[in-house]
Design a protein around this ligand. Structure first.
Ligand SMILES: Nc1ncnc2c1ncn2[C@@H]1O[C@H](COP(=O)(O)OP(=O)(O)O)[C@@H](O)[C@H]1O
Ligand SMILES: [Mg+2]
Length: 248
């Protein structure tokens, strides 16, 4: 998916400028990491991009569709092409890995089949195939609460892939994982970007991972875009992204 932000701003409670006039574009199939200190606006950016929050000003254009004024069916049509994964996985702990992946299909199903949980053979096969894709063959029937953190994030990735996303959003996807497991999850995301051609936008406060796995970095500080450039930028440039508040 090709995405473009033009002058995007978001204010909370009329005073916190979480994002302030942010503009950038991402080519289809790029892996972009958004870096910056805590409170920089990274999570807000993901929430605006997946439509769980609305911007106050500016435009967010995803493959030509304007998200900032989309409502109802038009909004759902855009959201259908997005998958989001989170630091805390956001899974249903008491049901199986397979059920969590299948749940991604609920919005596409009629009310009655959804209520009855009749996903059908084809969806079950698709979900099982995705669990295999993320390295969880044999774990389909395992309750999520019994899986490790890395396995949970794999389930969440399979759930995101269930909707064949054109854009994968990831909000600190490895911040709750140990470094070895975190690296494995990023390798999986990288593999999905390469083989499926999915555009990936990841928030990360782990600069090493961001540099290593991304095609490009976006730096936010105090809601403003303070860096947009190659992932192999020098240490001083990147340290500046984290230093103090962006100049007003
Ligand atoms: N729901 C909210 N209500 C009020 N303020 C918020 C809310 N969400 C985020 N903020 C504020 O917006 C700013 C950006 O937050 P966030 O997007 O979570 O940054 P990051 O993910 O980079 O840490 C912070 O100052 C934060 O306190
Ligand atoms: Mg955040």
């Amino acid at each position: 998916m090709y995405l473009e932000l033009n002058g995007v701003s978001k204010t909370y409670n009329g005073r916190v400028h979480a994002l302030d006039g942010v503009s950038f574009a991402v080519e289809r199939g790029q892996f972009v990491s958004v870096i910056g200190p805590s409170g920089a606006g990274k999570t807000t950016l993901v929430r605006l991009l997946n439509g769980s929050e609305r911007c106050d000003a500016g435009q967010i254009v995803l493959d030509g569709a304007h998200l900032e004024n989309a409502r109802g069916g038009a909004l759902r049509a855009i959201q259908k092409r997005l998958g989001t994964i989170y630091q805390d996985f956001a899974l249903v702990e008491n049901v199986s890995a397979l059920q969590n992946v299948l749940n991604a299909a609920l919005p596409d199903m009629g009310a009655l089949p959804a209520l009855a949980g009749s996903f059908g053979r084809q969806r079950r096969q698709q979900a099982l195939g995705l669990l295999e894709r993320v390295g969880l063959a044999g774990k389909a029937d395992e309750p999520v609460r019994e899986l490790s953190g890395g396995q949970k994030q794999r389930v969440a990735i399979a759930r995101a892939l269930m909707r064949s996303p054109a854009l994968l959003l990831a909000d600190e996807p490895v911040a709750s994982l140990d470094p070895v497991t975190g690296r494995q999850i990023l390798e999986l995301m990288k593999d999905i970007q390469r083989t499926e051609g999915v555009t990936v936008l990841m928030n990360s406060h782990n600069l090493d991972f961001a540099r290593q796995f991304s095609d490009r970095l976006i730096g936010l500080n105090g809601g403003r875009l303070v860096y947009d450039g190659p992932a192999d930028a020098d240490e001083d440039t990147l340290a500046a992204v984290y230093a103090g508040k962006a100049a007003p």
